[in-house]
Design a protein around this ligand. Structure first.
Ligand SMILES: Nc1ncnc2c1ncn2[C@@H]1O[C@H](COP(=O)(O)OP(=O)(O)OP(=O)(O)O)[C@@H](O)[C@H]1O
Ligand SMILES: [Mg+2]
Length: 451
């Protein structure tokens, strides 16, 4: 990840010299000659470190330090004092400077001090990231042969930098798999950034992916990093890639090919170091055949495919999942986990779960709410499984309408196919749509033809 150092130094020769030394170490340097200019720049571009001279005409370094501490408290500051006065240095540290340098400055000294400050900043950022991720588990529960195989693949692929395409129906655990891959990778301490490709409006695609400079378009009041930059040093999880517009596909292809990007409205090229994971519940291969998804992008994303099997293909996992969810949900609600006796487990195992693991989890939650103390009976399960999914279970907070409709259509078709024992012709007839339309719909919704 290219780091940006903002350098404020009024002496032109020193400014150029310092900038050259830092640039040689792979840093991006924004060099300015006054405190006022420094303040303007730091408000416009993301700055990782400020290095400022104390004596400058106009706003001096100490005033600048005070302002920056207030407006950008996370940016570390190194001050440079010209006079051989330790007093300035002491004041600067008191005001919150990370370190100080005294002129004349040897180039090694400059580099060491800057790199040290950036490392401290990394540590701080990592700590914050860890605090955020603590409490969100990424454990894939399941002992079935299919889940064991998936676990083995995760252990093999996780540590590599390879791109992975995660395929699976709704609610099978694709996002969980992506999180597990990130955690198993060498990038686990870097960021994991998630982007729902179906939810990005066409006109914002570029700015969302690549960021923009201040004033790049109406409403761009300040510069902003795109998702690729945010994920630098870590993983970018592109969710619902099958629902991405063709325009977005083109933009994405370019950055994946080149490994570099330009912000909207900005001339400079930014190198990004990002591992890309993608997921979809759609049949991308047949979308490629039908020209709905770019073949070149498909191969870029799909270095390794992981298929997360639907729950009905691994009913052995249902008891373990049910117990796990019962415990987690009870803990969250501050009550005792429900008792899952044999009859209840049998009833749970008979259901086919078109909504997969998410549906099972919702069912356990419903049972916990309805339970008499910790008692539930098999008939409660049948009751909740047989009741048609109401609007409340179709709605997921935060999910775009398009996704919800997609889920709803999918559930209807799966239920209809089930009701006709898998006979697709009969299903199509009962729904009053012709067979070709029906099969097209099945493909679009990722319902396999042998389902
Ligand atoms: N094997 C598993 N063990 C434990 N929890 C799981 C497992 N699989 C899925 N879940 C849980 O089920 C829910 C749905 O999983 P997730 O969001 O990863 O599915 P998804 O495939 O991304 O779904 P969608 O296609 O709807 O986006 C999550 O709450 C997740 O934690
Ligand atoms: Mg998902």
């Amino acid at each position: 990840m290219t780091r940006t150092v903002l350098l404020a130094e009024d002496e032109a020769a020193l400014r150029a010299g310092f900038a050259r030394i830092l640039e040689r170490r792979g840093l991006h340097v924004e060099a300015v000659s006054t405190g006022e200019e420094a303040l303007r720049v730091i408000g416009e571009v993301p700055v990782d470190l400020l290095v400022s001279d104390i004596q400058m005409p106009g706003m001096g370094g100490l005033k600048l330090l005070t302002e920056v501490r207030q407006a950008h408290p996370l940016v570390p500051v190194i001050v440079i004092s010209g006079t051989a006065s330790l007093e300035d240095a002491a004041t600067a540290i008191k005001l919150g400077a990370t370190d100080f340098l005294q002129k004349p400055i040897a180039s090694e000294r400059l580099v060491l001090t800057v790199e040290h400050a950036l490392r401290l900043e990394d540590l701080r950022a990592r700590n914050t990231a860890l605090e955020h991720s603590a409490g969100t588990r990424a454990e894939l529960v399941g002992e079935s042969p299919a889940m064991r195989r998936l676990g083995e693949l995760l252990r093999k692929i996780g540590p590599t930098d390879g791109r992975v395409l995660i395929l699976g129906e709704n609610g099978t655990g694709k996002e969980l798999v992506a999180t597990a891959l990130h955690r198993a990778s060498k990038r686990s301490e870097g960021p994991l950034v998630k982007l729902n490709c179906a939810a990005v409006p066409g006109e914002l695609v570029e700015s969302e992916l690549f960021g923009h400079e201040k004033g790049a378009f109406t409403g761009a009041m300040r510069a902003r990093r795109g998702r690729f930059e945010e994920a630098s040093g870590g993983t970018l999880f592109l969710d619902e890639v099958g629902d991405m517009s063709l325009a977005m596909q083109a933009k994405l292809l370019r950055v994946l090919q080149e490994g570099q990007l330009e912000r909207v409205g900005g001339g400079r090229t930014i190198q990004v170091d990002v591992r890309v994971l993608a997921a979809t519940n759609r049949d991308l291969a047949s979308m490629v055949e039908r020209g709905q998804f770019r073949e070149d992008l498909y191969y870029r994303l799909n270095v390794v495919t992981l298929r997360v099997p639907p729950l009905r293909e691994r009913p052995e996992d249902i008891p373990l999942l049910a117990h796990t969810f019962a415990r987690q949900i009870a803990e969250r609600m501050g009550r005792k986990p429900i008792q899952l006796d044999d009859d209840v487990l049998k009833a749970l195992s008979r259901h086919t779960y078109p909504g997969n693991v998410r549906e099972l989890m919702n069912m356990i939650e419903r049972l916990t709410i309805l339970a008499d103390g910790d008692r539930v009976s098999a008939s409660d399960v049948i009751g909740s499984a047989a009741s048609p999914p109401g609007a409340a279970s179709l709605y997921r907070p935060g999910a775009p309408f398009r996704d919800l409709m997609h889920d709803a259509e999918r559930r209807i078709l799966v239920a209809a196919i089930e009701a006709h024992d898998g006979n697709k012709t009969a299903t199509a007839r009962s729904l009053g749509i012709d067979r070709s339309h029906f099969f097209k719909k099945c493909r679009e919704l990722g319902i396999s033809s042998d389902e």
